[in-house]
Write a protein of this length. Structure first.
Length: 222
């Protein structure tokens, strides 16, 4: 049974036809391990999305067998999905866990954003993000039923597209429950930057950017 309804598939074909300019690559890291509850569904969802445009290229890798590639891209769990522009395999826009529910919309928006290489953030946020010259990893803990989470995920991924030092990662809290508990997730979206700076909520991009700058080791702007 298809995960994406026929009517939604038709809509997405039109959306991709209008909005995709450059080829987008997706890599899904999966596993045959029985403990991976949503690996097969994540692969199926990615396959269905990729089938809707010839500008989307999908590769499915096994986390254990292809551990070298996982390590190269900084992938440490499965299922994981990585999106990048063709020829630019940087692994900075990531989904840890299946992008379902409201997060399916995040996936679609990311594909369009990466294809156009156009992160729509405010000029002030871009000014702040451009100052970051050391590695930053933004984790956004979500649940599929959270209507506010896509905004936070989208902001993290826009920052990642805008600065090569930034990784933006959606983490599905229920799939990686132990990690979520360790990070003190009691509400979503819950954002953790470099394991140190933490806050809840979908903040405006300028305020979000200030926290990212602080986590990078620079002084927070006033």
């Amino acid at each position: 049974m298809a995960l994406i309804r026929d009517s939604d598939q038709n809509f997405l074909r039109e959306e991709f036809g209008k909005n995709l300019t450059e080829t987008v690559e997706m890599i899904v890291f999966t596993s045959s391990n029985d403990s991976c509850q949503y690996c097969s569904e994540t692969v199926q969802l990615a396959e269905e999305v990729a089938s809707l445009s010839d500008k989307i290229r999908l590769t499915v890798l096994d986390f254990a067998k292809d551990r070298g590639k996982a390590d190269e891209l900084g992938i440490d769990k499965y299922p994981s999905l990585v999106i990048f522009k063709d020829g630019d395999r940087n692994g900075r826009i990531r989904y840890s866990g299946i992008p379902s529910g409201y997060e399916f919309g995040s996936l679609i928006e990311d594909i369009k954003m990466v294809s156009r290489n156009d992160a729509k953030i405010s000029a002030k946020a871009m000014e702040i993000i451009s100052k970051i010259d050391s590695p930053v990893r933004i984790k956004v803990y979500v649940t599929p039923t959270c209507p506010y989470c896509p905004r936070a995920v989208g902001t993290a991924h826009k920052f990642a597209l805008s600065n090569k030092n930034i990784v933006g990662e959606m983490v599905e809290s229920s799939e990686f429950h132990a990690e979520a508990v360790e990070q003190g997730v009691t509400a979503v979206p819950h954002i953790v930057i470099n394991g140190e700076i933490k806050f809840d909520g979908a903040l405006p991009d300028v305020e979000f950017a200030e926290y990212v700058l602080e986590a990078s080791g620079s002084n927070r702007t006033g």
